[in-house]
Write a protein that binds this ligand. Sequence first.
Ligand code: TEU
Ligand code: CA
Length: 554
Amino acid sequence: MKDFKKSTVYQIYPKSFYDTNGDGIGDLNGVIEKLDYLKTLGIDYIWLTPFYPSPQVDNGYDIADYYNIDSSFGTLEDFERLVQEAKKREIYIMLDMVLNHTSTEHNWFKRALGGEKKYKDFYIFKESADHEPPTNWQSKFGGNAWEYVEKFDEYYLHLFDRTQADLNWDNKEVRNEIYGIVNYWLEKGVKGLRFDVINLISKPEKFENDSEGDGRRFYTDGPKIHKYLRELNENTYGNYDDIITVGEMSSTSLENCIRYSNPEEKELSMVFNFHHLKVDYYNGDKWTIMDFDFKQLKGLFRIWQEDIQEGDGWNALFWCNHDQPRIVSRFGNDKEYLNESAKMLATTIHMMRGTPYIYQGEEFGMTNPYFDSIDKYRDVESINYYNILKEQGKAEEEILEILREKSRDNSRTPLQWNSEENAGFTKGTPWIPICDKYKEINSKDALENKDSIFYHYQELIQLRKDYDVISNGRIKFILEENDKVLSYVRTLSDKTLIVINNFFSKETMIELPDEYLSSNLNSRILISNYKDSSTLNKRLALRAYESIVYYIEG
Ligand code: TEU
Ligand code: CA
């Protein structure tokens, strides 16, 4: 059995991972073919984003059938083979469970539209006077969150696209159906579950206008969320002793995050929160351009690490996923300091308290693709906001500049396997353009160079297994006032780690607090991103993006 505190999860977006049949779309057989590569990296779990039958309006987060595989990705047999082949390599599969909403192509929704009351109650239909939506809540993808159905003279709720109708979790029959779905996949040998937007499932009893915002305060960490998660646990994965679970909890609070992930609450193993990835949203608005606020980033990490520790909760640690721009292009430097900054960013989160997640391509420094025209984009959110920003009167070039920094497609371009045609991803035409840096940035070159970002990740993954102070130590942030360097200390009995990261290209000096220097005779460098980093000293000069981890015993 795997210890999730010593494990690392690798996220695969199958559509962009590896295509084996030349249709331009990555597939499950592509994942199987690359398992040895993942074994070399050393990861423990593969989280696969949704591969279920779907009209693909939101690339699979709009599920039409929870019990099957979309033919573009393969078959159930392929999936079963993947589980077995991965297991042979001691890698386990984590599935993405999208249970807040279904596609409007799901049979339940079709029967609801057909007028069957049982299925109408699976969703959230509301009457409303005067052809006005029932509330002013906004969809996360832009526009009002209610869609009108003429036939009933009613609206249904969709917090995401209008083809993603929210399920009514207050209906016991819906919850029972959901237990059935989760148990079906657990019986197939799945060992991990990632629950999509799971802190949005419990809607308020009364639906009312939000005079202060877009409605999220009424349903984020909603009234019955803890009850529903405990019940889900009790009826599904709680009956096994080796399943890890992670909830995607967009803007959750600390207090709720602790309840979700404290083992005594019997809800989830850990939580993704996104607060640290909103430090480049000007006034909270994603669709703006702003340098990241480093002080804010540091403050958020400190709070979410130290306070979750106090509450005995557990964090999922991550910079990247299929919804986020590439981290080297965002908080690092993907030009002069690609190697240094990618390694520094990796060390920053892999040495923290929590379970690290790596998003495909991150392990060798994939960057944003910097698309130059709107027709290269595929993502529903990006295209919606392109139109919204147009309507607001913004110029084409300014909108494209924003998308180049903020679009979800930044992370969805195909994995760059080598410097050959289509980066070795497909023999056909890729469903979305390839990032044109693939000649310099690709996994083959990374594997051939012992100093590459890839081997830095490999080492970080192994260190977490070898050093209990990483998996189980306490964390405390230091150098809080420093506006260039993020630093923290991990401790476990007589072992100490000092983690130091310069987030900028300018050289900088730091002074460490005396308490960590008394026993520096026994100190050594555990990992760093320069070959000749200095030994432990009170005063240290850090070069561009320099990142050093000191290990002290005794
Ligand atoms: O994302 C939830 C979510 O709120 C975001 O991170 C979202 O992508 C946001 O709009 C970013 O601006 C999850 C999935 O990860 C995402 O791919 C899905 O589109 C979404 O849920 C709906 O299922
Ligand atoms: Ca394919």
